[in-house]
Every structure is written in C-alpha cells, then in structure tokens.
Design a protein around this ligand. Structure first.
Ligand SMILES: NC(=O)c1ccc[n+]([C@@H]2O[C@H](COP(=O)([O-])OP(=O)(O)OC[C@H]3O[C@@H](n4cnc5c(N)ncnc54)[C@H](O)[C@@H]3O)[C@@H](O)[C@H]2O)c1
Length: 250
C-alpha cells in the first residue's frame, strides 16, 4: 500500500458519488483518513462503508453543514489537514434567457458559497493546529472555456478558480495551500445536465470530439490530480488551476 497521504485527515464533499467517490477511494488507498460528506446521507454511508472511513450527511451551502463536517473530522480523527471542495451543482443546459434566479442561486451556493463557508469554518482549526493545510476546489474547464447554455455554472466555477488564487496568496504565510482542479466533461451524475440537446450517443460524440485525447474524464483522473496536490510532493505549489482535460483548453 502506498503512503503518499499517510495520516492526512481529509474532508471530501460530494463524495457520495462521481468524482468525489473516486477521490475518496484513492485517498484511502494512499493512507489518508477520510471524512465522506454529502447531501445524500445514504450515498455517503455506502461509500464510507465500502472504504472503511467516516461519513456525515451535510449541506455544504450552510454554515451548520460545515460545522457538522468539522465536528466529525475532529471527533473521529482529531483534526483536519485537507479539504476537497468537490460537491457541485448545475442546471440543465439551456438558453440563458430561460435561466431562472433559482438556477443562478443553486450554482453560486454550491459551487462558490461553499468555498467561503469551508474556509470560514475550517481555517481557524488549521491555524490552531499550526501544521499548514491544503484546500482543493473541483472547478471545471468551463471556468476557462465556457460552452453555450451554461453561463452561470461557468461563472460560478470561474469564481472558484479566482477565489482559490486569492486565498492561496492570503494564507501562504500559514502554509495553507489552495489549488483548483479543472475537469473536462466526465461520465458522472452531472454529465447529462451539460449536454445541450438530448442525451444521445451522437451528442456525447460531439462533446468527445472537442477533447484532443479522445475520451471523457474518469474519476481516477481527478483523484490522481488531487492526491498529488494534497501530498508533500506539491508542498511548493499553491494558487494553480490544474486542467485535467485531455487537452480541451489548449
Ligand atoms: N461530471 C462532469 O462532467 C464535470 C465536469 C467538470 C466539473 N465537474 C465538477 O465535478 C464535481 C463533482 O461532480 P460529479 O461530476 O462527480 O457529479 P455527481 O452528481 O456524481 O456528484 C456531485 C455530488 O455532490 C453532492 N452535492 C450536491 N449538492 C450538495 C450540497 N449542497 N451539499 C453536499 N453535497 C452536495 C451530490 O449529492 C453528489 O453526491 C462538481 O463540482 C462538478 O461541478 C464535473
């Protein structure tokens, strides 16, 4: 067993499915002590039981949710070293004139406000621990290369990327690092929302044709990037947005 992340207490939001579950699987394999946090308690419990780690049902758009996550990390593992803000939300791709304020709020709350709350609730504990820390935001290639019909999802991911850079500079004196990972489209629970038209093999093929390496992103691709950025191998890396996109943004 590899020990790249040995002992690092890691909170992974939205890890009841998709990329988050993939990140959790890799982190446990690397020796991290993981808290699975998800809006779906049922999915969180399932993943945690499979991996033999801790879990908590929590809404990352609420301060109370973050307080419950922190409490779980401290009561189970005694602290917190890494936060992966992976939970995300999007409305179904549609012309911007049909987008409702509730669609906008959903994207901004889950994809941006959750980052504010994570820092506000978790950083005070990291400062007291005085052993640094690492935050990773799962943003999107949409932050850099938006596609039509996803304007406010893309804008919320751009907010995540820019906030990450600013936080990286502000908390560098405390050795708390902040990086973003930007996936291209994958085959997870959210993928059907991104497709503009019907979710047909032809439409998926059209998206695929925009990815030079010729395949969709897999949870393991995102997990590899997160494991590296959380490890001591990346101790001098902060403020980057790492594209995991098969060349889509070139
Ligand atoms: N799938 C893609 O093509 C793709 C591409 C680029 C970026 N992303 C990003 O990757 C991340 C993971 O998404 P995924 O593709 O694995 O989708 P997914 O739907 O499989 O997983 C998202 C998870 O987030 C959880 N979640 C949603 N709102 C929450 C809340 N308020 N509090 C706590 N948990 C909440 C869901 O319950 C779910 O388990 C997201 O941030 C998404 O924006 C996905």
């Amino acid at each position: 067993m590899s020990t790249k992340l040995s002992g690092k207490v890691t909170i992974i939001t939205g890890s009841g499915s998709g990329y988050g579950a993939g990140i959790a699987t890799r982190f446990v394999a690397e020796g991290a002590r993981v808290v699975i946090a998800d809006l779906s308690g049922e999915n969180a419990k399932k993943v945690a039981e499979r991996l033999g780690c801790s879990w908590v049902q929590a809404d990352v758009t609420k301060r109370l949710g973050w307080e419950a996550i922190l409490k779980k990390a401290i009561s189970t593992y005694g602290g917190v070293d890494v936060v992966v803000n992976n939970a995300g939300a999007c409305y179904k791709n549609k012309p911007t004139l049909q987008v409702q304020e509730s669609d906008f709020d959903l994207c901004m709350d889950v994809n941006a406000r959750a980052i504010l709350l994570s820092t506000s609730v978790i950083i005070p504990t990291m400062l007291v621990q005085n052993r640094g820390g690492s935050f990773i935001q799962i943003a999107s290639t949409a932050a850099d290369r938006p596609r039509p019909g996803l304007t406010w999802y893309s804008a919320s991911k751009a907010a995540a990327v820019v906030a990450t850079k600013s936080l990286a500079v502000e908390f560098a004196p405390h050795n708390i690092r902040f990086n973003s990972v930007c996936p291209v489209v994958g085959g997870t629970g959210m993928t059907h929302l991104f497709l503009g038209k019907e979710d047909t093999p032809e439409n998926r093929e059209a998206w695929l044709s925009s990815i030079p390496l010729g395949r969709f992103c897999q949870p393991a691709d995102i997990a590899n990037a997160c494991a590296f950025l959380s490890s001591d191998d990346a101790s001098f890396i902060t403020g980057i947005d790492l594209k995991v996109d098969g060349g889509r943004c070139c």
